[in-house]
Design a protein around this ligand. Sequence first.
Ligand code: FE2
Ligand code: FE2
Length: 280
Amino acid sequence: MRVVAHISDLHFGMEDERIVEGLLEDLPGFHPSVVVISGDLTQRARKKQFEAAGAFIRKIPVPYLVVPGNHDIPFYDFVRRALTPLRRYRHYITADLNPVFKDDELMILGANTARAAAFKNGRISMAQIKFLADKFCVAEGHLFKVLVTHHPFLPPLDNPYASLVGRGDLAVQALEPCGLDLLLAGHYHRSYMGDLRSHYIAEKRSIIVAQAGTATSKRTRGEKNSYDRIIIDPPNICFDRYAWDGRRFAKTLTTQYKKVNGAWQSRPQNIHETRSQAFR
Ligand SMILES: [Fe+2]
Ligand SMILES: [Fe+2]
């Protein structure tokens, strides 16, 4: 069994300090194997914002895997945007734009989908797809395989034409045979989940998509700030959503998936059900 914390869209520069503190208090408590941060660490990619984001990340007491978002590329500084779009991200956060986390049960790969030319939209390159497929396909078959991007592969249910990561269809085609199990992303500041096949109808493999809301930004777009705790225990996987209630993060939704005959089947749980009930 592995526990993953998924946080996204921190937006330092537009962050709520109390929520940042609440998040840092929460993270050690459930002993995650790794904290996944799916982009938009800053509001406008400014130096002070990256310094604050970097200071936050260094306080995370366990390994983390991070990818940049569109907000981590300067928006108004056209020269920096064109010539060195991710220089500050590389300096203050990490120079690794192809991060990997791997242990005995879990393989998580991150891919940078932020592009200066695409403004708020993002895409994945053919070189990245090849890199990801090479890694996933040669990894041991028993590993639970996760891909992290900033831009989503699945639109919100109420906005089926929302823009998705460019070349997402090609990435899915390449990674499906490699045993990809889970896609984690952010960007829309909306938390929602689903089976990838609900959108990529040509795909055969059942792959879960879990979109995180914004953990700490004041721009919440109608949803409370939240993060997800993911308990991976194949053939079960359980998502606990923790939302900020004004004083602390409180568990508001548990969604359990079980893989039955090759397909992930979900059932929202009452939050008062115990963990043992959730896995029954
Ligand atoms: Fe964002
Ligand atoms: Fe974004």
